[in-house]
Ligand binder design. Structure first.
Ligand SMILES: [Zn+2]
Length: 431
Protein backbone atom coordinates (compact mmCIF):
# COMPACT_ATOMS: atom_id res chain seq x y z
CA UNK A 1 0.00 0.00 0.00
CA UNK A 2 1.60 3.25 -1.17
CA UNK A 3 -0.39 6.49 -0.75
CA UNK A 4 -0.96 8.05 -4.16
CA UNK A 5 0.77 11.30 -3.27
CA UNK A 6 4.02 9.44 -2.57
CA UNK A 7 4.17 8.28 -6.20
CA UNK A 8 3.82 11.84 -7.48
CA UNK A 9 6.71 14.14 -8.32
CA UNK A 10 8.29 16.31 -5.64
CA UNK A 11 6.68 19.36 -7.29
CA UNK A 12 3.25 17.78 -6.95
CA UNK A 13 3.97 16.83 -3.36
CA UNK A 14 4.97 20.41 -2.65
CA UNK A 15 1.79 21.77 -4.26
CA UNK A 16 -0.21 19.28 -2.18
CA UNK A 17 1.42 20.54 1.02
CA UNK A 18 1.00 24.17 0.03
CA UNK A 19 -2.75 23.55 -0.33
CA UNK A 20 -2.81 22.26 3.26
CA UNK A 21 -0.75 25.09 4.72
CA UNK A 22 -3.44 27.82 4.99
CA UNK A 23 -5.72 25.51 7.01
CA UNK A 24 -2.93 24.73 9.44
CA UNK A 25 -2.00 28.39 9.91
CA UNK A 26 -5.61 29.42 10.41
CA UNK A 27 -6.06 26.63 12.94
CA UNK A 28 -2.94 27.63 14.89
CA UNK A 29 -3.86 31.28 14.82
CA UNK A 30 -7.27 30.47 16.25
CA UNK A 31 -6.43 27.73 18.74
CA UNK A 32 -2.80 28.00 19.79
CA UNK A 33 -1.93 30.73 22.28
CA UNK A 34 1.74 30.29 21.53
CA UNK A 35 1.52 30.63 17.75
CA UNK A 36 -1.06 33.41 17.87
CA UNK A 37 1.38 35.42 19.97
CA UNK A 38 4.29 34.49 17.72
CA UNK A 39 2.43 35.68 14.61
CA UNK A 40 1.52 38.94 16.33
CA UNK A 41 4.97 39.55 17.72
CA UNK A 42 6.61 39.11 14.31
CA UNK A 43 3.88 40.87 12.32
CA UNK A 44 3.16 37.74 10.34
CA UNK A 45 0.11 37.94 8.13
CA UNK A 46 -0.75 34.26 7.81
CA UNK A 47 -2.70 34.92 4.62
CA UNK A 48 0.60 35.80 2.94
CA UNK A 49 2.12 32.41 3.83
CA UNK A 50 1.00 30.32 0.89
CA UNK A 51 4.18 28.55 -0.18
CA UNK A 52 6.89 26.49 1.48
CA UNK A 53 9.33 29.36 0.82
CA UNK A 54 7.03 31.80 2.58
CA UNK A 55 6.80 29.36 5.49
CA UNK A 56 10.50 30.03 6.09
CA UNK A 57 9.66 33.55 7.27
CA UNK A 58 8.05 32.14 10.40
CA UNK A 59 10.49 31.71 13.33
CA UNK A 60 11.38 28.16 14.29
CA UNK A 61 10.07 26.44 17.41
CA UNK A 62 12.57 24.84 19.81
CA UNK A 63 12.25 22.06 22.36
CA UNK A 64 12.74 24.66 25.09
CA UNK A 65 9.68 26.56 23.82
CA UNK A 66 7.59 23.42 24.22
CA UNK A 67 8.84 22.94 27.71
CA UNK A 68 8.46 26.48 28.96
CA UNK A 69 5.07 27.05 27.33
CA UNK A 70 3.66 23.54 27.08
CA UNK A 71 0.05 24.47 27.76
CA UNK A 72 0.09 27.37 25.27
CA UNK A 73 0.74 24.88 22.45
CA UNK A 74 -2.35 22.83 23.24
CA UNK A 75 -5.16 23.54 20.76
CA UNK A 76 -7.97 21.47 22.24
CA UNK A 77 -10.07 21.33 25.39
CA UNK A 78 -9.57 18.53 27.94
CA UNK A 79 -12.86 16.97 26.78
CA UNK A 80 -11.40 16.36 23.33
CA UNK A 81 -8.26 14.67 24.64
CA UNK A 82 -8.11 10.88 24.69
CA UNK A 83 -4.49 9.96 25.29
CA UNK A 84 -1.69 11.75 27.13
CA UNK A 85 1.93 11.23 26.17
CA UNK A 86 4.99 12.74 27.80
CA UNK A 87 8.51 13.17 26.52
CA UNK A 88 11.57 13.96 28.56
CA UNK A 89 12.34 17.63 28.02
CA UNK A 90 15.86 18.94 27.58
CA UNK A 91 15.48 21.32 30.54
CA UNK A 92 14.43 18.56 32.89
CA UNK A 93 10.65 18.79 33.10
CA UNK A 94 8.70 16.52 30.75
CA UNK A 95 6.48 17.89 27.97
CA UNK A 96 2.91 16.59 27.74
CA UNK A 97 1.39 15.83 24.33
CA UNK A 98 -2.37 15.45 24.30
CA UNK A 99 -3.84 13.31 21.50
CA UNK A 100 -7.41 13.57 20.28
CA UNK A 101 -9.33 10.77 18.65
CA UNK A 102 -8.33 12.12 15.25
CA UNK A 103 -4.68 12.32 16.35
CA UNK A 104 -4.77 8.66 17.33
CA UNK A 105 -6.26 7.84 13.94
CA UNK A 106 -3.51 9.86 12.23
CA UNK A 107 -0.90 8.03 14.29
CA UNK A 108 -2.37 4.68 13.29
CA UNK A 109 -2.35 5.71 9.62
CA UNK A 110 1.26 6.87 9.94
CA UNK A 111 2.45 3.52 11.29
CA UNK A 112 0.26 1.62 8.85
CA UNK A 113 1.94 3.21 5.83
CA UNK A 114 5.33 2.93 7.57
CA UNK A 115 4.98 -0.79 8.23
CA UNK A 116 3.69 -1.25 4.68
CA UNK A 117 6.78 0.64 3.48
CA UNK A 118 8.92 -1.88 5.37
CA UNK A 119 7.21 -4.67 3.41
CA UNK A 120 4.65 -5.54 6.03
CA UNK A 121 1.46 -7.34 5.01
CA UNK A 122 -1.64 -8.97 6.45
CA UNK A 123 0.34 -12.22 6.51
CA UNK A 124 2.77 -10.87 9.07
CA UNK A 125 2.70 -11.39 12.81
CA UNK A 126 4.73 -8.76 14.66
CA UNK A 127 6.37 -9.46 17.96
CA UNK A 128 6.23 -6.07 19.65
CA UNK A 129 9.29 -5.77 21.85
CA UNK A 130 8.74 -2.19 23.00
CA UNK A 131 6.78 -0.93 25.94
CA UNK A 132 3.18 0.16 25.32
CA UNK A 133 2.65 2.13 28.49
CA UNK A 134 4.77 4.44 30.69
CA UNK A 135 3.35 7.45 28.79
CA UNK A 136 5.24 6.56 25.60
CA UNK A 137 3.88 7.03 22.13
CA UNK A 138 5.87 4.50 20.10
CA UNK A 139 4.50 1.16 21.32
CA UNK A 140 0.92 2.35 21.09
CA UNK A 141 1.53 3.74 17.61
CA UNK A 142 3.03 0.45 16.41
CA UNK A 143 0.12 -1.52 17.78
CA UNK A 144 -2.44 0.71 16.07
CA UNK A 145 -0.50 0.72 12.81
CA UNK A 146 -0.16 -3.05 12.73
CA UNK A 147 -3.88 -3.39 13.44
CA UNK A 148 -4.68 -1.06 10.56
CA UNK A 149 -2.35 -3.04 8.31
CA UNK A 150 -4.41 -6.10 9.18
CA UNK A 151 -1.39 -8.03 10.41
CA UNK A 152 -1.11 -9.91 13.70
CA UNK A 153 0.63 -8.58 16.76
CA UNK A 154 1.84 -10.03 20.02
CA UNK A 155 2.65 -7.46 22.70
CA UNK A 156 5.55 -8.88 24.63
CA UNK A 157 7.16 -5.57 25.61
CA UNK A 158 10.85 -4.93 26.12
CA UNK A 159 13.47 -7.23 27.64
CA UNK A 160 13.02 -10.72 29.15
CA UNK A 161 14.61 -12.93 26.46
CA UNK A 162 12.98 -16.02 27.96
CA UNK A 163 9.50 -14.61 27.42
CA UNK A 164 10.45 -13.49 23.92
CA UNK A 165 11.57 -17.01 22.98
CA UNK A 166 8.53 -18.58 24.58
CA UNK A 167 6.42 -16.27 22.39
CA UNK A 168 8.35 -17.22 19.29
CA UNK A 169 7.69 -20.88 20.02
CA UNK A 170 3.98 -20.45 20.71
CA UNK A 171 2.87 -17.82 18.20
CA UNK A 172 5.43 -18.21 15.42
CA UNK A 173 5.68 -14.52 14.49
CA UNK A 174 7.30 -13.34 11.26
CA UNK A 175 8.66 -9.96 12.34
CA UNK A 176 10.13 -8.08 15.27
CA UNK A 177 9.67 -4.48 16.32
CA UNK A 178 12.66 -3.80 18.54
CA UNK A 179 15.68 -1.81 19.58
CA UNK A 180 18.35 -3.51 17.41
CA UNK A 181 20.89 -4.07 20.21
CA UNK A 182 18.27 -6.22 21.94
CA UNK A 183 18.39 -8.62 18.98
CA UNK A 184 21.98 -9.41 19.96
CA UNK A 185 20.87 -10.19 23.51
CA UNK A 186 18.15 -12.42 22.10
CA UNK A 187 20.63 -14.30 19.94
CA UNK A 188 23.02 -14.63 22.89
CA UNK A 189 20.25 -16.12 24.99
CA UNK A 190 19.30 -18.54 22.22
CA UNK A 191 22.89 -19.69 21.82
CA UNK A 192 23.32 -20.20 25.55
CA UNK A 193 20.09 -22.20 25.77
CA UNK A 194 20.35 -24.32 22.65
CA UNK A 195 17.52 -22.58 20.79
CA UNK A 196 17.70 -22.89 17.02
CA UNK A 197 16.75 -19.30 16.20
CA UNK A 198 17.27 -19.74 12.48
CA UNK A 199 14.43 -22.28 12.44
CA UNK A 200 11.84 -19.63 13.33
CA UNK A 201 9.60 -17.88 10.80
CA UNK A 202 11.15 -14.48 11.57
CA UNK A 203 12.17 -12.74 8.35
CA UNK A 204 12.46 -9.10 9.32
CA UNK A 205 12.91 -6.58 12.11
CA UNK A 206 11.74 -3.00 12.32
CA UNK A 207 14.55 -1.39 14.26
CA UNK A 208 13.96 1.65 16.42
CA UNK A 209 16.03 4.02 18.50
CA UNK A 210 19.53 3.02 17.43
CA UNK A 211 21.45 3.54 14.24
CA UNK A 212 21.62 0.51 11.97
CA UNK A 213 23.52 2.15 9.18
CA UNK A 214 26.50 4.35 8.51
CA UNK A 215 26.13 7.57 6.56
CA UNK A 216 26.74 5.71 3.28
CA UNK A 217 23.91 3.26 4.10
CA UNK A 218 26.24 0.33 4.73
CA UNK A 219 25.37 -1.49 7.95
CA UNK A 220 26.86 -0.12 11.15
CA UNK A 221 28.81 -2.46 13.41
CA UNK A 222 25.60 -3.17 15.28
CA UNK A 223 23.72 -3.94 12.05
CA UNK A 224 26.54 -6.13 10.80
CA UNK A 225 26.77 -8.07 14.06
CA UNK A 226 23.08 -8.92 13.87
CA UNK A 227 23.25 -9.88 10.19
CA UNK A 228 26.31 -12.07 10.74
CA UNK A 229 24.41 -14.18 13.23
CA UNK A 230 20.92 -14.01 11.83
CA UNK A 231 20.29 -13.07 8.23
CA UNK A 232 16.93 -11.34 8.54
CA UNK A 233 15.94 -8.15 6.77
CA UNK A 234 16.55 -5.05 8.93
CA UNK A 235 14.56 -1.84 8.48
CA UNK A 236 15.51 1.37 10.20
CA UNK A 237 12.86 3.77 11.34
CA UNK A 238 13.25 7.31 12.68
CA UNK A 239 10.42 8.97 14.57
CA UNK A 240 9.63 11.24 17.49
CA UNK A 241 6.66 12.14 19.63
CA UNK A 242 6.84 15.80 18.60
CA UNK A 243 6.31 14.99 14.93
CA UNK A 244 4.03 12.00 15.56
CA UNK A 245 5.36 10.67 12.30
CA UNK A 246 7.85 8.01 11.26
CA UNK A 247 10.42 7.94 8.48
CA UNK A 248 10.79 4.26 7.73
CA UNK A 249 12.98 2.45 5.23
CA UNK A 250 11.61 0.48 2.33
CA UNK A 251 13.27 -2.66 0.93
CA UNK A 252 15.96 -0.53 -0.76
CA UNK A 253 17.40 0.45 2.65
CA UNK A 254 18.45 3.87 1.38
CA UNK A 255 16.90 6.15 3.94
CA UNK A 256 13.57 6.59 5.69
CA UNK A 257 10.72 7.72 3.44
CA UNK A 258 9.00 11.04 4.07
CA UNK A 259 5.20 10.94 4.16
CA UNK A 260 4.21 14.32 2.68
CA UNK A 261 0.61 14.00 3.82
CA UNK A 262 1.75 13.98 7.47
CA UNK A 263 4.60 16.48 7.85
CA UNK A 264 6.40 19.22 5.98
CA UNK A 265 10.11 18.57 6.43
CA UNK A 266 12.98 21.05 6.15
CA UNK A 267 16.72 20.58 6.64
CA UNK A 268 18.40 23.63 8.16
CA UNK A 269 21.90 24.81 9.01
CA UNK A 270 23.06 26.63 12.16
CA UNK A 271 21.55 29.89 10.88
CA UNK A 272 18.21 28.20 10.16
CA UNK A 273 18.86 28.36 6.40
CA UNK A 274 18.04 25.37 4.16
CA UNK A 275 21.00 23.09 3.40
CA UNK A 276 21.66 21.49 0.02
CA UNK A 277 21.15 17.83 -0.66
CA UNK A 278 24.81 16.98 -0.02
CA UNK A 279 25.03 18.84 3.27
CA UNK A 280 24.05 17.59 6.70
CA UNK A 281 21.18 19.56 8.19
CA UNK A 282 18.88 19.60 11.19
CA UNK A 283 15.48 17.99 10.64
CA UNK A 284 12.76 20.61 11.09
CA UNK A 285 9.13 19.60 10.82
CA UNK A 286 5.69 21.13 10.50
CA UNK A 287 2.92 18.71 11.35
CA UNK A 288 -0.11 18.28 9.10
CA UNK A 289 -3.43 17.00 10.37
CA UNK A 290 -2.58 17.16 14.08
CA UNK A 291 -5.30 18.53 16.37
CA UNK A 292 -4.01 18.34 19.93
CA UNK A 293 -0.59 19.93 19.69
CA UNK A 294 0.38 20.79 16.10
CA UNK A 295 3.86 22.19 15.59
CA UNK A 296 5.19 24.72 13.13
CA UNK A 297 8.84 24.55 12.05
CA UNK A 298 9.83 22.47 15.03
CA UNK A 299 13.57 21.86 15.37
CA UNK A 300 14.10 18.21 16.23
CA UNK A 301 17.80 18.56 17.04
CA UNK A 302 18.55 15.56 14.80
CA UNK A 303 21.17 15.94 12.09
CA UNK A 304 21.12 13.97 8.85
CA UNK A 305 21.53 14.09 5.07
CA UNK A 306 18.52 13.97 2.80
CA UNK A 307 17.98 12.54 -0.67
CA UNK A 308 15.59 13.67 -3.36
CA UNK A 309 16.07 11.13 -6.15
CA UNK A 310 13.23 8.69 -6.80
CA UNK A 311 13.51 5.34 -5.01
CA UNK A 312 13.48 1.90 -6.61
CA UNK A 313 10.37 1.06 -4.54
CA UNK A 314 8.37 3.55 -6.63
CA UNK A 315 8.03 6.24 -3.99
CA UNK A 316 9.23 9.66 -5.00
CA UNK A 317 9.29 11.16 -1.53
CA UNK A 318 12.38 12.63 0.14
CA UNK A 319 14.44 10.11 2.10
CA UNK A 320 16.28 10.82 5.34
CA UNK A 321 19.70 9.27 5.78
CA UNK A 322 20.75 7.78 9.12
CA UNK A 323 20.75 10.29 11.96
CA UNK A 324 24.39 11.27 12.34
CA UNK A 325 23.78 12.63 15.79
CA UNK A 326 21.93 15.12 17.89
CA UNK A 327 22.91 18.72 17.51
CA UNK A 328 23.25 19.18 21.26
CA UNK A 329 25.59 16.20 21.46
CA UNK A 330 28.09 17.52 18.93
CA UNK A 331 31.61 17.22 20.32
CA UNK A 332 34.51 19.37 19.18
CA UNK A 333 37.54 17.29 19.93
CA UNK A 334 41.11 17.98 18.92
CA UNK A 335 40.06 19.76 15.76
CA UNK A 336 37.39 17.27 14.66
CA UNK A 337 33.64 17.32 15.00
CA UNK A 338 32.24 14.11 16.44
CA UNK A 339 28.82 12.75 17.32
CA UNK A 340 28.41 10.00 19.94
CA UNK A 341 27.01 7.37 17.51
CA UNK A 342 30.38 7.30 15.72
CA UNK A 343 32.02 6.45 19.05
CA UNK A 344 29.44 3.77 19.84
CA UNK A 345 30.03 2.16 16.49
CA UNK A 346 33.73 1.71 17.27
CA UNK A 347 33.10 0.47 20.81
CA UNK A 348 30.49 -2.04 19.60
CA UNK A 349 33.13 -3.53 17.33
CA UNK A 350 35.76 -4.28 19.99
CA UNK A 351 35.67 -7.77 21.46
CA UNK A 352 36.19 -7.80 25.19
CA UNK A 353 34.18 -4.66 25.93
CA UNK A 354 31.16 -5.73 27.97
CA UNK A 355 29.58 -2.32 28.31
CA UNK A 356 30.48 1.33 28.09
CA UNK A 357 29.32 4.88 28.32
CA UNK A 358 30.69 8.11 26.97
CA UNK A 359 31.22 11.16 29.16
CA UNK A 360 31.99 14.59 27.81
CA UNK A 361 33.05 17.49 30.00
CA UNK A 362 34.70 20.87 29.66
CA UNK A 363 38.40 20.87 30.57
CA UNK A 364 40.38 23.73 32.06
CA UNK A 365 41.06 25.10 28.58
CA UNK A 366 37.33 25.43 28.00
CA UNK A 367 37.25 22.75 25.29
CA UNK A 368 35.50 19.37 25.12
CA UNK A 369 37.11 16.37 26.74
CA UNK A 370 35.90 12.80 26.19
CA UNK A 371 36.17 9.94 28.65
CA UNK A 372 34.93 6.53 27.63
CA UNK A 373 34.09 4.39 30.65
CA UNK A 374 34.60 0.77 29.72
CA UNK A 375 33.46 -2.34 31.53
CA UNK A 376 35.64 -5.34 30.74
CA UNK A 377 37.32 -8.40 32.28
CA UNK A 378 40.56 -7.15 30.77
CA UNK A 379 41.69 -3.93 32.45
CA UNK A 380 45.28 -4.07 31.20
CA UNK A 381 47.21 -1.14 29.70
CA UNK A 382 47.60 -3.32 26.60
CA UNK A 383 43.82 -3.50 26.12
CA UNK A 384 43.50 0.22 26.77
CA UNK A 385 46.00 0.85 23.99
CA UNK A 386 44.12 -1.52 21.69
CA UNK A 387 40.89 0.42 22.26
CA UNK A 388 42.63 3.73 21.60
CA UNK A 389 44.17 2.36 18.42
CA UNK A 390 40.69 1.46 17.13
CA UNK A 391 39.61 5.05 17.69
CA UNK A 392 42.71 6.48 16.03
CA UNK A 393 42.24 4.22 13.02
CA UNK A 394 38.69 5.40 12.42
CA UNK A 395 38.50 8.93 13.81
CA UNK A 396 42.18 9.96 13.89
CA UNK A 397 41.76 10.91 17.54
CA UNK A 398 41.42 8.80 20.69
CA UNK A 399 39.43 9.68 23.81
CA UNK A 400 40.59 8.90 27.36
CA UNK A 401 39.69 5.36 28.42
CA UNK A 402 38.74 4.57 32.00
CA UNK A 403 37.98 1.04 33.14
CA UNK A 404 35.03 0.78 35.50
CA UNK A 405 33.02 -1.95 37.15
CA UNK A 406 30.58 -3.58 34.69
CA UNK A 407 27.76 -3.43 37.22
CA UNK A 408 28.33 0.26 37.89
CA UNK A 409 28.24 1.14 34.19
CA UNK A 410 25.08 -0.89 33.79
CA UNK A 411 23.49 1.11 36.58
CA UNK A 412 24.65 4.46 35.20
CA UNK A 413 23.45 3.79 31.68
CA UNK A 414 20.00 2.56 32.66
CA UNK A 415 18.22 5.40 34.48
CA UNK A 416 14.89 4.30 35.93
CA UNK A 417 12.53 6.31 33.75
CA UNK A 418 14.35 5.84 30.48
CA UNK A 419 13.07 3.53 27.77
CA UNK A 420 16.49 2.93 26.32
CA UNK A 421 20.03 2.93 27.69
CA UNK A 422 21.61 6.37 28.04
CA UNK A 423 25.13 5.96 26.72
CA UNK A 424 25.99 9.64 26.48
CA UNK A 425 26.54 11.70 29.59
CA UNK A 426 27.02 15.36 28.83
CA UNK A 427 28.72 17.10 31.74
CA UNK A 428 29.87 20.15 29.81
CA UNK A 429 29.48 23.54 31.37
CA UNK A 430 27.68 26.07 29.24
CA UNK A 431 30.07 28.61 27.74
ZN1 LIG B 1 11.90 3.31 -1.29
Amino acid sequence: MIPEIELKSLEEQRAFQERKLPDLLAYLSEKSVYYRELFAEHNIDIKSINSLEALQSIPVTNKEDLQIRNQDFVCVTPREIIDYITTSGTLGDPVTFPLTDKDLERLAYNEYISFACAQGSTDDIYQLMTTMDKRFMAGLAYFMGIRKLGAGVVRVGGGIPELQWDTLKRINPTAFVTVPSFLLKLIEYAEANGIDYKATQINKAICIGESLRNEDFTLSTLGEKIKEKWDIKLYSTYASTEMSTAFTECEAGLGGHHHPELVIVEFLDEQNQPVKEDEAGEVVITTLGVEGMPLLRFKTGDICYHYKDACSCGRKTIRLGPIIGRKKQMIKYKGTTLYPPALYDILNDINGIQNYLVEVFTNELGTDEIVVKVGSKDNSPRFEKEIKDHFRAKLRVAPKIKFEDVGLIDKLKNPKLSRKPVLFHDLRTLA
